[in-house]
Write a protein that binds this ligand. Structure first.
Ligand SMILES: [Zn+2]
Length: 340
C-alpha cells in the first residue's frame, strides 16, 4: 500500500490537516477555525481534523507531522514559547501522541516545516543551499545549509524576520524591536509604508475604506479590512501606476532588498524563494527587487543568487510537516543509497 503522512499546519486562528503522499502530493484537506487558544482546546481542534484526514485515506499512514508557531523542542515536540498562542512549555507532541498512540508524532516550527516542504517538493529541489521567506502578516523563514535545515543551538535559527534593518526610524515590530525585516518588508510592512508616505499624497484614496459591498464581506472593523486587503490593494494600485501606492511599494522594495542582501551575506544560498501574499506580485516584485539586491551584494558574485517565487503556496507548511513525519524529523536530504 502506498505510504502517506498527515501534515498539520497550526496557525493562531485555524488548523489544517492534509493527507500527503511521499511525492508531496496532497490528497485531502480538513480545516477548522480555532476560537479558544487554551492548549486543551487547540489539541481538541487539531485532533478533530487529524481524525478526519486519517479516516479519509486508504494510504498507509506512517505518522503525523505538526508545524506550529513558536520555538519548538524537536525531540519532545514541546512548544517552549509561542507568542501567537501565548503559550509557555506546552507539551503539544505528548498530548497528540496520547490522542493517536498508533502513530509517530513529530512537531517543529511552522516556518521550518514550510522550508522543508518547499526544499524537498517545491522550488528548492536540487539545491543544497536554500532560503524560504514567506511574506505575509509577518516574515516566516527557514534556511537550508549544505542540504540540512538549520535549527541552531536553541532551535532559533531561521528567524530572519527579526533581524533589524531600520533600527533608526523603522516601524515597531511585534517582537518589540524597531525596524525588524518583518516590520518593514512583510505585507503589513507594505501597508505601514503606505501610511507613512500618505501625507505627501493628500488627495489619495488608497487608504480609504473599500466600497460598501467589499466592506460587508470582510466586516466593519477598519483594522480587519486593512489587515486582509491592505497589502494586495496597495500592490495592485502600484501596478496600475497610482503615485501613492508606488511610493509605498518602492520604499517597501528597498527594505525587502536590504534584508535579502543580508541573507545572501549570511547564507549565500543558491535560491531564495519568496512566498506569502506579497509574492503574488510575481515579476512586478522580482523585477524591482533583484537589481536592488545586486547593488547591495558585495562579497558574493553578483547575479549568482536566484530570487524566485515559492511554488507550494499555502500548502508548504502541511507538506513539510508531513515530510518531516515520514522522515522522522526535519531531514532535508536522505542519505544516498549504499550500493549492494
Ligand atoms: Zn522583530
Amino acid at each position: 500500500m502506498p505510504r502517506a503522512a498527515i501534515g498539520v499546519d497550526l496557525g493562531g486562528s485555524h488548523v489544517l490537516a492534509a493527507v500527503v503522499d511521499e511525492g508531496g502530493e496532497i490528497h485531502a484537506k480538513f480545516e477548522r477555525e480555532i476560537e479558544d487558544r487554551a492548549p486543551a482546546a487547540v489539541v481538541d481542534a487539531l485532533a478533530e481534523v487529524v481524525r478526519s484526514a486519517v479516516a479519509a485515506t486508504r494510504y498507509d499512514v506512517v505518522g503525523i507531522g505538526i508545524g506550529s508557531p513558536g520555538n519548538v523542542d524537536p525531540a519532545s515536540g514541546t512548544i517552549r514559547f509561542s507568542p501567537n498562542f501565548g503559550w509557555t512549555d506546552v507539551p503539544l507532541g505528548a498530548r497528540v501522541r496520547d490522542a493517536f498512540p498508533k502513530y509517530q508524532v513529530f512537531v517543529a516550527n511552522d516556518a521550518r516545516c514550510a522550508t522543508l516542504g518547499e526544499y524537498v517538493h517545491g522550488v528548492g529541489r536540487g539545491t543544497r543551499d536554500f532560503v524560504l521567506l514567506t511574506l505575509g502578516t509577518g516574515i516566516g523563514g527557514g534556511i537550508v545549509v549544505n542540504g540540512a535545515v538549520a535549527l541552531g543551538f536553541q532551535v532559533g535559527a531561521g528567524e530572519i524576520g527579526h533581524h533589524q534593518i531600520r533600527p533608526d526610524g523603522g516601524f515597531i515590530c511585534g517582537c518589540g524591536k524597531v525596524g525588524c525585516f518583518e516590520a518593514q518588508a512583510s505585507g503589513t510592512g507594505l501597508l505601514r509604508h503606505a501610511f507613512r508616505v500618505a501625507p505627501s499624497f493628500p488627495r489619495s484614496m488608497l487608504l480609504d475604506p473599500p466600497p460598501v459591498k467589499d466592506k460587508d464581506k470582510v466586516g466593519d472593523d477598519a483594522r480587519t479590512w486593512r489587515d486582509r486587503l491592505g497589502s494586495k490593494r496597495i500592490r495592485k494600485a502600484a501596478q496600475a501606476g497610482d503615485a501613492h501606492a508606488l511610493a509605498a511599494w518602492n520604499a517597501f522594495c528597498d527594505d525587502l532588498a536590504l534584508g535579502l542582501a543580508n541573507v545572501i551575506a549570511f547564507v549565500n544560498p543558491e535560491v531564495i524563494a519568496l512566498g506569502g501574499g506579497v509574492s503574488s506580485g510575481g515579476d512586478f516584485l522580482l523585477d524591482r527587487v533583484k537589481p536592488l539586491v545586486e547593488v547591495r551584494t558585495t562579497m558574493v558574485p553578483r547575479g549568482t543568487t536566484r530570487i524566485v517565487r515559492a511554488t507550494l503556496g499555502n500548502d508548504a507548511g502541511a507538506v513539510g510537516a508531513a515530510t518531516a513525519a515520514m522522515r522522522g524529523g526535519l531531514v532535508a536530504q536522505l542519505p544516498a543509497a549504499v550500493p549492494a
